[in-house]
Design a protein around this ligand. Structure first.
Ligand SMILES: N[C@@H](CCC(=O)N[C@@H](CS)C(=O)NCC(=O)O)C(=O)O
Length: 243
């Protein structure tokens, strides 16, 4: 375990949910570094499996060189760093509890609703009938979770009031999957989930999320200056002892 100058966060592409937490790092405004991970290629190695036994992104390497996985755990790590309460609320308050409630719902029910759609896409040996069944189930789950989220939301600009928090970050990394999978007809989306639709438009125009997308696409981007540089995955594997 080697200590490092800034924490390193891995951003998976294509379409990683980790773009949400990259957005959160930008909003937080503290120094960090990023590692781009091709989830269809360089993630599928034994060395990566030693970094994260579930073979997934995101992964965080703290300044102490400690490895932390799971979106929710990393979101709580960010909350602990957010002493100025830029993207969270004071511990023990009702707002903090509600933010955890949103994050938990988004990272479990909402995110997992898309899984049949991913499986339908990636199962190479699957028959067309099996794919169609998965797609139908996925569409049903996605619609149900959208209706539930819409009902949980108030009339405010963001999930928990008038400023973005970690809950919005977790949302924005995943919400775009609905377009990729064509899971909900765009007209139904706008008509049936007006609050979700408005939130997505607001967050997807946010410079922090635009930065996360540029990183995902491998385009040059500086963000707000908190991101102190890209670290090759091989370096992360070496410094954590996975390689
Ligand atoms: N429970 C994990 C799930 C993370 C996850 O699903 N990561 C996806 C990308 S968004 C992944 O790495 N997928 C690659 C794969 O499963 O092969 C978390 O919340 O961090």
């Amino acid at each position: 375990m080697h200590s490092i100058s800034e924490p390193i966060f891995t951003a998976g592409f294509p379409l990683g949910s980790s773009a949400g937490l990259v957005t959160a790092f930008e909003w937080l405004g503290q120094p960090y570094r990023l590692t781009r991970v091709d989830m269809l290629g360089e993630m599928r190695t034994e060395a990566y499996r030693r970094l994260n036994g579930r073979v997934e992104t995101p992964v965080l390497v703290s300044e102490e060189g400690r490895v932390l996985t799971e979106t929710m755990a990393i979101a709580l790590w960010l909350e602990g760093r957010d002493r100025e309460r830029r993207i969270s609320f004071a511990p023990g308050t009702y707002e903090a509890d509600r933010m955890h409630q949103f994050i938990a719902f988004l990272n479990t029910g909402f995110t997992s609703a898309f899984f049949p759609l991913w499986v339908a896409l990636e199962a190479e040996e699957a028959t067309e009938d099996y794919r169609q069944t998965l797609r139908a189930a996925g569409r049903e789950f996605v619609a149900k979770r959208h209706a539930q989220l819409e009902a949980m939301m108030g009339a405010s600009d963001y999930l928990l009031g008038d400023r973005p928090t970690l809950a919005d970050a977790v949302f924005v990394g995943v919400a775009r999957w609905v377009d990729f999978h064509e899971a909900i007809d765009p007209q139904d989306y706008e008509r049936n989930y007006p609050r979700i639709h408005a939130l997505r438009k607001r967050l997807e125009a946010d410079p922090a999320f635009r930065f996360a997308l540029a990183i995902e696409d491998g385009e040059p981007a500086a963000g707000n200056g908190s991101m102190k540089g890209l670290v090759p995955l091989e370096d992360v594997l070496r410094l954590t002892g996975a390689l």
